[in-house]
Design a protein around this ligand. Sequence first.
Ligand code: ATP
Length: 307
Amino acid sequence: MGYILEVNNLEKHYGDFVAVNKMNMSIDQGEIFALLGHNGAGKSTLIKMILGLVNPTSGEILIDGLQYGPKSKEIKNLIGYLPERMNFYDNLSAWETLTFYAKLKGVSANRCKEALEQVGLAEVKDRRVGAFSKGMQQRLGLAQAIIHRPKLLVLDEPTTGLDPVGILELKEMIRTWNREGTTIFFSSHNLADVQELAENMAIMNKGSVVAEGSLAKLKHDYKLKTRIEVKVSRDQIAKISRQQQGANYMGQFEFQDNTMSCYCESQEKMAILQSLLHEGVEIEDFSVEEPGLDLVYQQVMKQYTLL
Ligand code: ATP
């Protein structure tokens, strides 16, 4: 399928300050991709360059194989963008606002109806935008971003400021557009949202990508293991820890009170449980703790702030 976005050796300097530094990144057609990084890491600068709003100092950006310059208009039709904050005219209705964007993007007014339906604003289309809640304004922002059916939807911190229901609904919309073929590229500080939505991600630090890939790949790269905890009766634990240390997998466990625990590869956990049952261990309870993106992010940042 190829890449919808390719960034090669991209740099942005503001005077002596290097905001984006020899950056490389690629996004496959049709995926949901997240961009993570501390404040000031360079995420917004990168997004502005992808949108053609800021010129790179050097390097290359390819959108669906096209480069800014003579192809700028074509590229802008391929991208839909939701900024972190959108400012609308308070006195216009949602309908008037969206038809304004439709004209700008050369789209027929019929698409406004569909877009408002998709973001759940059809029933309030004649209300003044000034009276809209933050969540409703965000929906209107999404409607203008998708009105021209972009191939690549860029969302800058889309869940910021939304209530929990608003966040759930936004995630559902993102998944629906993605199922319909739109590639999604979003930046976020919310690791739980990224873990839930993104198939692949890039973590930025000081203007460069310092880690990239799926959560499974990053967990593997940073050697993060799955923790298994098994509770057995007090009578049994003494017997197991005394007699079965040499048995399959048993040597990996640590024993405390009536709990035994070990770290393993995620794909080993069922084999370990089966082996315990095979050894005759009577399990009273067990839990499995998979390392999440929060742990990956901590490890990545620890590595790069120590340098
Ligand atoms: P946040 O998560 O806070 O939005 P970010 O990762 O988006 O941060 P950027 O806004 O891209 O970070 O900023 C990267 C660095 O570049 C920051 O140190 C910022 O001060 C600097 N910077 C951004 N725009 C300019 C500019 N126009 N002139 C000078 N420096 C700038």
